[in-house]
Design a protein around this ligand. Structure first.
Ligand code: E4P
Length: 217
């Protein structure tokens, strides 16, 4: 399963990228706002830093304008995945841009039928938002399971990119279901390495090592 980082914070991306765990990056208008950066400039920097797909989102609502924005974003770098919303205009944009050879990430997916439409439009990635479904007392992970079944039933190659990830349990469940990608905020990705028994075991080893009086270096 691939890990994407869900942020436009270049320092946070660089820090995680150095661990070899970053297979791609996702951004959205809210994350661009949070970064305080110009979308074209920061996206270009991210694309230079990370080899894998970098999602940059269109902001128009009409297909013709979305297509023009998507083409402009795609010119930033070869690893851009143009992110479009799951609307009919977004699906039309997805079909046009994938036919031109661009990667497209269809975002704001909240139902299995929406995911089916995105696959039929040739999407490279579908982004179901699990955390926002959990927020309204639905189970976001149920949707991931349903999409996995539907895509496997028909052999769709669209990659399931689990988004709106809020916890390490979302990551575990995504891996168990067989999602292709999880995009998570840096804080959630960092927590994947945490375990209290690792901390306790390391503290005990360090205490015993100090008593030996030895050094390796
Ligand atoms: C990523 O592609 C999404 O835009 C992002 O995961 C949304 O997360 P949020 O629901 O925490 O804003």
């Amino acid at each position: 399963m691939k890990f994407f980082v869900d942020t436009a914070d270049i320092d946070a991306i660089a820090e995680l990228n150095a661990t070899g765990m970053v297979d791609g990056v996702t951004t959205n208008p809210s994350l661009i706002l949070k970064s305080g950066r110009d979308i074209l400039e920061v996206t270009k920097e991210i694309c230079a830093l990370v080899k894998g797909p970098v999602s940059a989102e269109v902001v128009s609502l009409e297909a013709d304008d979305m297509i023009a924005e998507g083409r402009k974003l795609a010119r930033i770098a070869p690893n851009i995945a143009v992110k479009v919303p799951l609307t009919w205009a977004g699906l039309k944009t997805c079909k046009t841009l994938t036919d031109e050879g661009h990667m497209v990430n269809v975002t704001l997916c909240f139902s299995a039928n929406q995911a089916l439409l995105a696959a039929k439009a040739g999407a490279t990635f579908i982004s179901p938002f699990v955390g926002r479904l959990d927020d309204i007392n639905l189970d976001g992970m149920d949707l991931i399971g349903d999409i996995r079944t539907i895509y496997d039933n028909f052999g769709f190659e669209t990659q399931i990119l689990v988004a709106s990830v809020r916890s390490v349990n979302h990551v575990t469940q995504s891996a168990l279901i067989g999602a292709d990608v999880v995009t998570a905020p840096p804080a959630v990705l960092k927590k994947l390495a945490d375990h209290p028994l690792t901390d306790a075991g390391l503290a005990a080893f360090m205490a015993d090592w100090a008593k030996t009086g030895q050094k390796i270096l």
